[in-house]
Design a protein around this ligand. Sequence first.
Ligand SMILES: Cc1cc2nc3c(=O)[nH]c(=O)nc-3n(C[C@H](O)[C@H](O)[C@H](O)COP(=O)(O)O)c2cc1C
Length: 332
Amino acid sequence: MAPQLPPLKIGPLTLASPVLLAPMAGYTDLPFRLCLRAYGRLGMAYTELINPHSLLRGKGRRRAQVLATAAEDAPLGWQIYGSDVAMLCEAARALEGQGAPLIDLNMGCPERKISGGGAGAGWLRTPAAAVSAAARVRAAVKIPVTVKLRLGWDATALVAAGMVPGLEDAGVAAVTVHGRTRAQAYTGAADLEAIRCCVAAARGMPVIGNGDIVSVASARQMLALTGCAGLMVGRGALARPWLIREIARDLAGELAEPFDERAERIAFLWRHLDRMLAFYGSEGGVRLFRKWIPQYVRALVPHRRDLPALFQIEDEAALREALAELAGSRGN
Ligand SMILES: Cc1cc2nc3c(=O)[nH]c(=O)nc-3n(C[C@H](O)[C@H](O)[C@H](O)COP(=O)(O)O)c2cc1C
């Protein structure tokens, strides 16, 4: 039996499911979110991380694409990052003014150009300052503010659990903990015991567990070992976009239905491509879809060796032809 979870409440929001889609820069754009939402059972999705400078002062197509949403794209958490607290507050107020239901502060991004300047996981080197930054953003808006953390800068300073009470006192509505340090980036396994310590440190604020949930079994394990209030799925949902539905059904005690994964993946591929082309235009859509090709090749034709040729494709007709060939290939 899967453990049962009460509804996940984040501030005034009661989510339809406790399973969330992680923010993933370059992947969780509007086309992908809408494709994934069509499966149902998604508690909340997030934007890719947003730079407040570009939000407040920027112009241009790329900015508009990152900020794009739609009525069906709800609820949506808007994730911002930065080391300048005044800018974060201004960005949060601007997003609130545009109707955002929730702001998420990124305190976990390991990328050197972000964390090195004190943003993202850079905040974990100064946990007290991170808590007071979250408190200031929280005070700047009426909508809920959440924080997404890693465990710490490196293994010598696991600060996340120690930050939880301060974040809760600051009025942060929920914390998501990715069970790795900045130094680990994406290596090793997520440390579920360290996430459990974060859960134990919270008095009532929901703590959402994140890291390596790639199946119903690993979702159950995250819940059983951490006692977290919700689950956030990242790369597992890129590889298997229906995974969030599968996990949410399991948590609701529903039996798994027989499911032809290969047929569903091919159907998803075409829906995904169509949405990307409609959203980015033919040229931009082809260019951006190319980075998805490895996901589809890995799943449909894992032994295929001509990936570099697929990355060269420049036009829509050639891409459709290559994808039709992938879809028609035998999986071995
Ligand atoms: C390609 C990629 C982009 C990511 N971008 C973001 C981001 O913009 N904001 C963020 O908080 N985390 C980002 N992450 C981290 C994920 O949200 C998540 O915490 C991490 O992948 C661990 O979860 P998983 O094991 O389920 O993938 C990114 C991860 C990947 C793989």
